[in-house]
Design a protein around this ligand. Structure first.
Ligand code: ZN
Length: 72
């Protein structure tokens, strides 16, 4: 099971408990919460799901429509 499968299957946003979306953007892996519009970094294959480490999706340059679209 890779990070994407594991994350989308088992992990939730620590803020709102919504499911997360795995994204690879500019060679960085991240888990996006489409509800909070933040992302959590994946460091060396390990998701860092800390509210303090959440970063704004808007500031990252990620396409919001892309994120919303994947949320189905
Ligand atoms: Zn959230």
């Amino acid at each position: 099971m890779n990070v994407k499968e594991m994350a989308e299957e088992f992990l939730v946003c620590p803020k709102c408990r919504c499911s997360l979306i795995y994204k690879k953007f500019k060679e960085k892996e991240m888990l996006v919460c489409g509800n909070c519009m933040v992302y959590y970094p994946v460091e060396d294959g390990i998701p860092v799901l800390l509210v303090e480490d959440a970063k704004s999706v808007a500031e990252s340059g990620l396409d919001l429509n892309d994120v919303n679209g994947l949320k189905d």
